[in-house]
Design a protein around this ligand. Structure first.
Ligand code: GTB
Length: 220
């Protein structure tokens, strides 16, 4: 049975690959697993059929036979554990790669998402610029620490792993800001991830959805 994931019918990122289905697509491409995508409108995401799969009414989800998963981190860990290619065989190296998945999601992503939330929800407030300065200070702290750990290495711990996939996906959320430019080592790290054939296939697949909608005169 083919794996099915869910994605936005009309992604607000207009094909930039920033929604979290991109991470799942990338992981599936890395391990060579074919997949189908069920596209959801914002309305359908909040209806009972989807809420039964994803209690928060979000994408992505993952269905494979009788297994349904939500949370992109759990999905990527599952894919990496189920198929060779994204986690090392050595038990300790494997544990460290998994630690990097968690670091991406629970240490890096919250401060990065805080910047987006501040812009959407507080961007018009008189104190927004001051708040943004604090938010960006927290992001710089984490980027500096991550950059120091990565150093001159290609990947976070030996070979490319699901930890790098998750970390690069999280860092890409900063693409629209100038913050990343202050960390050339991280820019090169992201570029290495984006140069992977699996990343490119995943990116083109999600972009094709936006292009098809635009061609039909239905720009998101
Ligand atoms: N913790 C969950 C996971 O990792 O799976 C979070 C899932 C999540 O945030 N999903 C978002 C969603 O469904 C899409 S990815 N949002 C709709 C809703 O909550 O009602 C987040 C996202 C959305 C849009 C952009 N963008 O336009 O650039 C980037 C990222």
């Amino acid at each position: 049975m083919t794996i099915t994931i869910t994605a936005f019918e009309r992604s607000p990122d207009r094909g930039k690959g920033l929604a979290r289905d991109m991470r799942v697509r990338w992981a599936l491409e890395e391990v060579g697993q074919p997949y189908d995508v069920r596209f959801l409108s914002f309305k359908a995401m909040k209806e009972p059929a989807h809420l039964a799969l994803q209690p928060f009414g979000q994408i992505p989800t993952y269905e494979d036979g009788d297994l349904t998963l939500f949370e992109s981190g759990a999905i990527i860990l599952h894919i990496a554990e189920r198929h060779p290619g994204l986690l090392p065989d050595d038990a300790n190296a494997r544990a460290r790669a998994i630690a990097w998945i968690f670091a991406a999601l629970s240490t890096m992503e919250p401060v990065i998402v805080d910047r987006e939330t501040a812009r959407y929800e507080e961007g018009k407030e008189s104190w927004y610029d001051e708040r943004l300065a604090y938010v960006e200070k927290r992001i710089r702290k984490r980027l500096g620490e991550l950059s120091a750990r990565l150093g001159d290495a290609d990947w976070l711990d030996g070979k490319f792993s699901a930890g790098d996939l998750q970390m690069i996906s999280v860092l890409l959320r900063l693409q629209s800001s100038a913050l990343l430019e202050e960390y050339p080592g991280l820019c090169a790290y992201i570029a290495r991830g984006q140069a992977r054939p699996a990343y490119k296939r995943a990116f083109e697949a999600q972009k094709a959805v936006f292009l098809a909608i635009s061609a039909a005169g239905n720009s998101p």
